[in-house]
Design a protein around this ligand. Structure first.
Ligand code: ADE
Length: 225
């Protein structure tokens, strides 16, 4: 997968791709990430990317021209499956959306700032608008990082254990069951006996029951269907 990220603060984005799973996905050649500083696409000497909004009102708006130049330049080089705008009024990111995006080959992520982008950018270029939750961030960059993390770990070959992404919380509209590791007893606190029984079918049933109970208690909305 190739991810092109358009931003006014590339420095905010780089280091998360230099560690852990995201770094490994790049090292394995499964993911390519390219950063584009919107200020490199401005025609004016001050590298201005925003301007006052027509009709008045507080807050600046990101101008269409540098965004058009950047996106059109990228589209001239390859086809993109999705051009995603990170914005608090987008559809809320969930595991289903992450699964869909993980199947794409080339995507662009556009990070908004200030009051957002000129509406014509959204109308002409954007294929999907995503929010990471009902709160307002100072820019779309952290949203883009969260989306990248959620998506990249689903790409086959990125996680060492192929099955582990499939047993995550939300993957079957259920939260994950509790997990334990050694020692089997610590300060008198014991691991549930079933998990050390070696009886795989019974362990599987136990995990399903636990996942169901945990979801019922904490996120009954997930069980609606
Ligand atoms: N930009 C500002 N707030 C955001 C949010 N909640 N999700 C995605 N992008 C944003």
């Amino acid at each position: 997968m190739r991810i092109d990220i358009i931003t006014v603060v590339p420095d905010l984005l780089k280091s998360p791709f230099e560690a852990s799973i995201m770094q490994r996905s790049i090292a394995k050649g499964l993911v390519e990430v390219h950063f584009h500083n919107l200020r490199d696409y401005t025609a004016n000497a001050y590298k201005q990317v925003d301007d006052y909004q027509f009709g008045g009102g507080a807050g600046m708006v990101m101008m269409i021209e540098p965004i058009d130049k950047c996106i059109s330049g990228l589209k001239a080089e390859r086809d993109y499956d999705e051009i995603i705008y990170l914005t608090p009024d987008g559809e809320t990111l969930n595991q289903g959306i992450a699964n869909q995006i993980s199947l794409q080959k080339n995507i662009i992520l556009l990070c908004g700032h200030y009051k957002g982008v000129d509406q014509r950018v959204r109308d002409q270029f954007i294929t999907r608008e995503i929010s990471i939750g009902d709160y307002v961030l100072s820019g779309g960059e952290l949203g883009a990082l969260i989306l990248c993390d959620a998506v990249i770990r689903l790409i086959p070959g990125v996680l060492g254990n192929e099955t582990s992404a499939l047993t995550d919380s939300f993957q079957d509209d259920m939260l994950a069951p509790p997990v334990y590791t050694r020692p089997a007893e610590y300060k008198g606190w014991k691991v549930p006996e079933i998990l050390t029984s070696g009886n795989t079918p019974k362990i599987e049933t136990w995990r399903e029951e636990q996942a169901y109970k945990h979801t019922l208690k904490r996120r009954p909305d997930l069980l609606k269907d």
